[in-house]
Design a binder for this molecule. Structure first.
Ligand code: PLP
Length: 381
């Protein structure tokens, strides 16, 4: 096997992409795609040239569904859907289906950062949204659960398990939410980086381009009985869960190539040892980066409450004389890029540096970044 940082097949140097998405794919996956590029499984075509009704593609999507059911132990009472429209599409699909599920006709949204805020604002187009905590500006912490304002019997409770821009991760369903409330979660940026219990959720969705594929595909895992209860008859067909369930995610042309890549990613995750292995990898990579930050005597600062620090998106500032030093941050990005480490610039809403450690990033690559962070501090402190 070739190394993922260095020369591959005698061609270009592969960069290490620490970006927030679309993310780097494992080299094994890319090489397998390359090997099949002109002839997928003896079909004499690329999978992207094949009909979605072909037996060759049917096998790909069926395999992908079975693999994710195995990886997450998804029971039959849940549907697995392959959607287009990104996680952003689900910001509309969710309230369109479920906002009026209960007489309260209100959904509770826990807004902990950029993405859950977007979801809440989208839902407000369709009905009543209760913001569980006051709108934040910096999003560096989550107020204690006993201060949350929950609706008596909400249609659902919505949250984002990992805020990709702010770097806030909620490891489990908040304990304060009563068991009977349907829980809906955007897991786009930490999906398949740790085990979780699907049966705690009514709907889980995640776009593929962070941890399990490329853009164009959003996976939706959905408790089927909820669909029978939705009474909204004016859902656009393209967002209608029931239509997608009844047609095996093939009411219209699905994103075939994205599904093919995701099938390979699920396979790769299984080969690595499933979620147990992904969990360990994610823990190792992120704890090493946080260690460097916390042992830097304030040179590197991550301002998120430690309880909620994200393992997949780590924003930090470079600080001198008590203030973020943008000049040094620019130098950091420049020197990192000279060492083939790219996409480390923080989101404009937060500034500074952001390290994204999705499933495709290896421990070895993380160590290269850590060595660089050490050296950079020594040279510039
Ligand atoms: C990337 C991301 C989104 C947006 O996904 P799209 O596929 O671009 O629509 C939504 N939520 C979270 C948490 C994300 O990380």
């Amino acid at each position: 096997m070739t190394s993922n940082n260095g020369h591959t097949n005698g061609h270009a140097v592969r960069k290490i992409n620490f970006g927030a998405g679309p993310a780097q794919l494992p080299l094994e996956v890319l090489e397998s795609v390359q090997a099949e590029f002109l002839d997928f499984n003896g079909t004499g075509t690329n999978i992207m040239e094949l009909s979605h009704r072909s037996t060759a593609f049917a096998k790909v999507i069926e395999d992908a569904e079975q693999d994710i059911r195995d990886i997450l132990s998804i029971p039959d009472s849940y549907a697995v859907l392959f959607f287009q429209g990104g996680a952003t599409g689900q910001f509309s699909a969710v309230p369109l289906h479920f906002l009026n599920l209960k007489p309260s006709q209100t959904a509770d949204y826990l807004v902990t950062g950029y993405w859950s805020e977007k979801a809440a604002k989208e839902a407000e187009k369709f009905g009543k949204v209760n913001w569980v905590i006051p709108k934040g500006s910096k999003y560096q912490d989550v107020p204690d659960e006993d201060t949350w304002k929950l609706t008596e019997d909400p249609s659902y409770f919505y949250y984002c398990s990992n805020e990709t821009i702010h770097g806030i991760e909620l490891i489990d369903v908040p304990a304060i939410v009563p068991k009977h409330v349907p829980i809906i979660c955007d897991m786009s940026s930490n999906f398949l980086t740790r085990p979780f219990d699907v049966t705690k959720y009514a709907v889980v969705f995640a776009s593929a381009q962070k941890n399990f594929g490329i853009s164009g595909l959003t996976l939706v895992i959905l408790r089927k009985d909820l669909i029978e209860k939705t009474c909204n008859k004016s859902i656009p067909t393209i967002l209608d869960y029931k239509i997608h369930i009844d047609n095996g995610s093939m009411y219209n042309t699905p994103p075939t190539f994205s599904i093919y890549i995701t099938n390979k990613m699920f396979n790769w995750i299984k080969q690595q040892g499933g979620l147990k292995a992904m969990n360990e990898l994610s823990h190792k990579k992120s704890s090493r980066i946080y260690e460097i930050i916390d042992q830097s005597n304030g040179f590197y600062i991550n301002s998120i409450n430690k309880k909620y620090r994200s393992r997949t998106n780590i924003p930090f500032r470079i600080v001198t004389n008590g203030l973020p030093n943008e000049k040094l941050e620019t130098l950091f990005l420049k020197q990192a890029s000279q060492l083939n480490m790219i996409e480390l610039k923080g989101h404009r809403a937060v500034g500074g540096i952001r390290v994204s450690l999705y499933n495709g990033i290896t421990l070895e690559q993380t160590n290269i970044l850590i060595d660089f962070m050490r050296t950079f501090q020594t040279n510039n402190n």
